[in-house]
Design a protein around this ligand. Structure first.
Ligand code: 5GP
Length: 186
């Protein structure tokens, strides 16, 4: 790689502490992909990516699954900064394909309060999916407000705001190859 040490560096941003390195993430993603390959033998799972944060995870994960799969994408609005207990989530971009009879793996970046995934689970159940499982790269168990469990979890993380590997702060930092903790948001 060319020497970029003289340029403005986002990857070396002093405002970030590395929580999970790209190597740790890659290793764990591969393990999850291998587990999914074993669990879905004889099936053709449909991986549904919750945009935008989970796009990086999906992109790496699907290349470690040695099965015939399909992918689809959904975009939802967040319910506003932690105020709602009802988990009102709006679909901004719906799936392209039907779920009838399909084995679904919902791919999420981080399972936090659980409001987003509980809404999506309920919605997808009404669409006639044969089975639905959740794969989340990160899990913040301390923050859960509704009862949602993931079937595949990359890492349990503490209640800290994290960025990178698809996760943003105000649309920034999605391109970091690692997961970092943002020290300040100013
Ligand atoms: P939940 O409905 O489980 O509370 O929301 C999950 C969503 O909240 C994630 O998909 C993500 O977009 C956002 N989120 C929760 N915690 C964090 C975090 O630490 N960093 C970032 N960047 N987003 C988070």
């Amino acid at each position: 790689m060319s020497n970029l040490s003289h340029v403005n560096s986002e990857f070396g941003n002093p405002n970030l502490d590395i929580l999970l390195s790209s190597e740790e993430i890659a290793r764990r993603v591969r393990e999850i992909g291998e587990q999914i390959t074993l669990d879905y033998q004889g099936k053709r799972p449909n991986l549904i990516c919750v945009l935008k944060g989970a796009a990086t995870f999906l992109s790496d994960l699907m290349r470690t699954i040695d099965l015939s799969i399909s992918v689809d994408y959904i975009a939802v609005s967040s319910y506003g900064k932690g105020t709602s207990t009802t988990g009102e989530v709006k679909i901004l971009k719906d799936l392209d394909g039907p779920l009838e009879g399909r084995d679904i793996i919902l791919v999420e970046d981080i399972l936090d309060t659980g409001l987003t995934l509980s809404y999506l689970l309920n919605t997808f159940r009404t669409r006639g999916a044969n089975s639905i499982r959740i794969a989340t790269l990160l899990n913040k168990p301390e923050r859960r407000r509704v009862d949602v469990e993931a079937d595949y979890i990359g890492f349990d993380v503490p209640d800290l705001f994290v960025v990178g590997y698809g996760l943003d702060y105000d649309e920034r930092y999605r391109n970091l190859p690692f997961i970092g903790i943002l020290k300040t948001t100013t």
